[in-house]
Ligand binder design. Structure first.
Ligand code: SF4
Length: 969
């Protein structure tokens, strides 16, 4: 013990923040960091990062710390609510849980009996899709999805149909070895702390970081170079880089032939039913043109493409034994991207990037990849049995997110980035992008969307999945959509995450049919999660000629008095994330990193019995299981009809998706002796709690790279249950799956698109990535040239969705948003800093306050996402800055294209094209400037406001420390 001189005060430099600490998983954004929650007398005192946790290694962000105020938010719901006033007014009466569950069951039981598709069940930023998707499957409705359709599906589908893995939080740059990182449209929400840690490592190692983004914020602020690209042109920029690399012959052909389909032969038979398909032998194996075989050294011949020790041709046209002509995939790649339309000079102006910059970036990528190859002394065996004494890689990595994907050309842009990576030999090698287990998966992943109802009423598979060919679409005999959101239809065939952004309009319009009940969880669809917010509010409240609501019933589960809560008929109040069990499952969105498979839990760190008087909330997942039991859904009841699961915690432990496979992979088996597969372990949750809330299993060292073709990895992944078989995964530069849709549109095959979709499918289902003008810009330019600017939102580091912008501590960082524009843009439009301006799109008009900021490309304006609030929502003061001065850009964003023919979405995946928005700006009139208030304003919701006065926290803790004197809260 340190001795103090008599005059020195004894200061405790590390006071214990509380009398008890519990480890769990943060839910203040999608990153899922490990946290240590300190309690004092059962109340949450302090949250810190868990240094032992694989995701964040102790790092905590502002949002994570502010979880305390999320838990004690005045906006929390207290009891189940039954609507008493008009829908949308926010007038309810409190009811008990038994009544709430009885009402819900009474509404849902006849639907299941009559037609389960009359229930549309959609969840928002839910982290329990392994449960909710299964529940929908057991209910038997095809109408289920989470929020991925308006968030990330272009990235997911672009990756999974190309690499068998993807960016977002399913892959990561090799932070240890990368020398050059390109960040494309990356926001600071998903994978937030791992990226911060990784960027720190790259900075320390001297690697170059290039941020490609119209706005320089967040990670871009510390990048070595910012490329202020025009929104929606990233694919064009990627093609120009590919063009330069091809021209300079800076391509890793060895990598391409070993790991991709670069050498596979594509049949050339214009107008034929096999045009563009791979040439295959009688056993279905893809063929290549093998040169230098001992039997016919001079001319070569068609040969199975997966054979080793052959020298396949990558260019040229060849005759197959049956006389058909075929060319290798790489030939098509070179043919397309060497075209002068992709030269830097040709794309420079459209992208807003000087041609010389494009050429330089291409040179830098090539130099990093080929002059600085990394070799690690790790012996490994490839999937074909060849042994290698070391692992060599290209230290170029890429990471991309919503800025790329939230466009109507996003799917192809994501594929373009992956083709660029593959040409550089920079996928899952030392120094490059790396898969995180359970990825890579076979391409496409084997699970197809469920669409057939079984005798017990359940679907044959979960409603979401991956379409392999037109036969997998969820359409009726006439090729029309069977889902309320039109996902997996000819309009949006590869919509692997569903299309939540179309549900409310379609449910209102009865397109393709009327539903009875809309059930939603954590999705603020009447406000910041809606495109076309104003009309969405109208659809939620509109009545038919019979006087009844057109969407007859709405059940909504949320922890807070959000804008959407006001539009429910029945509200099921959820807990906060510190009060319940959750599984962050390998069956859903795991927390793995490239070197280990991991999953995690949440568990109640505060005692539910200590809810303040009158508050009686339940975790939605447990409620769902109880509802399922009341409905007698398969898998949720015993033969005698009694509930199979006590609650979600019980389900997490005992439910088996397949024999031995459950939501959690750690400590399986009767005594917790097994991992990944094994019988349920009654003590499993306790084992997680004892281990800090997570489980982790390391990838064997010899399996760390080349996962798609590494024998050690593939065998390990099969043993862990990540893949069904251990065959190598060949990466798909050219997508035959996509070509099958084009062929159907050209009149081939049993399943063909209806006439109205043929041209669209034929155009956008190109087996190699293409670039086209985002739809909104292309269509408004045709009819009207008055929208010269792009408008985008950025997600701030300090807030996540609407729930973060009501948090008392985070509101002290920002309590309203501005429209940010470059000073040159302001000058061009006669706007001064801090002016109130009118902002207009083809769809709507809003009034907002402008601020100048030089961190934005001059043809783009931007604002922070989801800060504007409706008056009366979230129990904020009725004059809160969020509603008086804050605003939503959503009012300008239409949910359909300007032509009105399709959803405002990608034509391949249906991803919402939020960032296609085109606007004009002008100074608002004098009266609006004098009023200083954003427009539009809506009638305040009738939720009770929180107690007036500042919301303070911690006074009682300080008082206790000070010796019992109790300060006033
Ligand atoms: S990054 Fe996200 S999950 Fe991690 S501490 Fe911050 S809010 Fe929590």
């Amino acid at each position: 013990m340190r001795k103090h001189a008599p005059q020195e005060p004894a200061i405790d430099l590390s006071p214990s923040p509380g009398d008890e600490v519990k480890t769990t998983t943060c839910y203040m954004c999608a990153c899922r960091c490990g946290i240590k929650v300190w309690l004092s007398d059962g109340r949450i005192r302090y949250i810190q990062g868990n240094p032992d946790h694989p995701v964040n290694q102790g790092v905590l962000c502002a949002k994570g710390s502010a979880g305390i105020m999320q838990h004690y938010s005045p906006a929390r719901l207290d009891k189940p609510l039954l609507r008493v006033g008009e829908r949308g007014k926010g007038e309810f009466r409190e009811i008990e849980w038994d009544e709430a569950l009885r009402i819900a069951a009474d509404w849902l039981a006849p639907i299941r009996e009559r037609n389960p598709d009359e229930l549309a069940f959609f969840t928002g930023r839910d982290q329990s899709q392994a449960l909710t998707g299964w529940w929908a499957q057991q209910f038997g409705t095809v109408n289920y999805a989470a929020h991925g359709g308006f968030c990330s599906v272009n990235m997911a589908a672009g990756g999974l149909y190309t690499l068998g893995g993807s960016f977002w939080e399913f892959g990561e740059p090799d932070w240890e070895h990368s020398r050059y990182l390109m960040l494309w449209g990356v926001a600071e929400d998903h994978d937030s702390n791992p990226i911060k840690l990784g960027l720190g490592k790259l900075k320390a190692s001297g690697a170059k970081i290039v941020a490609v983004n119209p706005v320089r914020s967040g990670y871009g602020a510390i990048a070595d170079e910012w490329i202020g690209i025009r929104p929606g042109t990233d694919g064009l920029f990627a093609f120009a880089l590919i063009h330069e690399l091809l021209k300079a012959d800076r391509i890793d052909l060895d990598y391409l032939v070993r790991y991709t389909n670069a050498h596979w032969l594509v049949i050339r038979n214009p107008d034929g039913a096999d045009d563009g398909l791979f040439a295959r032998d009688g056993e279905g194996r893809a063929l290549c043109w093998a040169r230098g075989l001992p039997d016919r050294a001079s001319q070569g011949r068609a040969h199975p493409a997966d054979a080793i020790d052959i020298a396949p041709a990558v260019v040229g046209e060849y005759s197959l034994p049956d006389g058909r002509r075929a060319v290798p995939v790489f030939h098509l790649v070179a043919e397309r991207y060497l075209d002068p339309q992709y030269a830097p000079d040709a794309v420079s102006e459209r992208c807003g990037i000087p041609a010389e910059t494009i050429r330089r970036i291409a040179r830098e990528l090539a130099e990093a990849a080929f002059e600085h190859a990394i070799t690690l002394p790790i012996a490994w065996t490839d999937a074909y049995g060849r042994q290698h004494s070391e692992m060599t890689g290209r230290p170029v990595s890429m990471h991309a997110m919503r800025g790329i994907s939230a466009h109507s050309n996003g799917f192809h842009t994501c594929r373009a980035l992956h083709v660029l990576q593959l040409l550089l030999g920079a996928v899952d090698t030392p120094g490059s992008f790396r898969y995180q287990p359970p990825f890579p998966k076979p391409i496409p992943p084997p699970n197809r969307p469920g669409k057939t109802r079984q005798p017990n009423g359940a679907l044959d598979a979960a409603p979401l999945g991956f379409v392999h060919s037109p036969e997998d679409l969820v359409v009726d005999a006439n090729g029309q959509p069977r889902r309320i959101d039109h996902a997996f239809s000819w309009a949006y065939p590869l919509s692997a995450h569903g299309m939540m952004h179309t549900v409310i309009r379609n449910a209102w319009a009865g397109d393709p049919y009327k539903i009875d009940t809309l059930m939603m969880f954590m999705a603020n669809m009447s406000w910041n999660s809606a495109m076309n917010t104003g009309e969405t509010i109208g659809w939620l409240t509109d009545r038919g000629e019979d006087g009844e609501y057109r969407i007859p019933r709405i059940i909504y589960a949320d922890a807070y008095a959000s804008e959407m809560t006001a539009y429910a008929d029945l509200v099921l109040p959820d807990t906060t994330y510190l009060e319940r069990f959750d599984a962050i499952s390998l069956l859903d969105r795991p927390i793995s990193d490239a070197d280990s498979a991991s999953d995690a839990i949440r568990h109640p760190v505060v005692d539910a019995a200590q809810q303040r008087e009158g508050r009686d909330v339940r975790g939605f997942q447990s409620v769902l299981l109880e509802l399922g039991a009341r409905l007698g859904l398969p898998g949720m009841v015993h033969d005698d009809g009694s509930p199979r699961y006590r609650d979600y915690a019980d389900y997490i432990v005992r439910h088996e998706r397949a024999p031995g496979v459950g939501l959690l992979a750690g400590w399986r088996g009767e005594h917790g002796e097994l991992e990944a597969k094994g019988p349920p372990n009654p003590q499993q949750l306790q084992r997680y709690i004892d281990n800090g809330g997570f489980w982790r299993s390391h990838v064997p060292e010899s399996a760390r790279y080349y996962k798609m073709a590494n024998r050690g990895y593939l065998d390990w992944a099969q043993k862990m249950g990540f893949i069904g078989h251990a065959d190598p995964i060949v990466l798909q530069l050219y997508s035959e799956t996509i070509q099958k849709f084009r062929l159907a549109a050209q009149g081939h095959g049993a399943q063909q698109p209806p006439p109205e979709h043929r041209e669209r499918v034929a155009t956008y289902f190109d087996p190699l990535p293409i670039w086209y003008e985002p739809f909104e810009g292309a269509q408004v330019d045709q009819v009207d040239t008055k929208f010269p600017l792009s408008a985008v939102t950025q997600r701030p580091m300090f807030m996540y969705h609407a729930w973060g912008s009501q948090n008392a501590w985070l509101r002290q960082i920002v309590a309203r948003n501005y429209l940010y524009l470059h000073p040159d843009t302001g000058a061009r439009h006669g706007i001064a800093d801090a002016d109130w301006i009118t902002m207009e799109s083809h769809h709507g008009r809003i009034t907002v306050q402008a601020r100048f900021a030089a961190n934005v490309q001059a043809d783009t304006v931007w604002t922070w996402n989801a800060i504007g609030k409706r008056r009366g929502a979230w129990r904020l003061d009725k004059d809160a800055p969020e509603s008086r001065k804050g605003f939503l850009m959503n009012h300008l964003i239409s949910d359909i294209t300007p032509k009105g023919d399709y959803a405002n979405a990608d034509p391949v995946t249906g991803q919402a094209a939020w960032f296609d928005l085109r606007v004009s700006i002008r100074k608002a009139d004098a009266e609006q400037n004098a009023r200083g208030e954003s427009e539009p304003q809506f009638a305040p919701l009738a939720f009770a406001q929180a107690e007036p006065g500042p919301l303070r926290y911690g006074a009682e803790f300080r008082a206790r420390r000070a010796g019992g004197k109790h300060e006033q809260d």
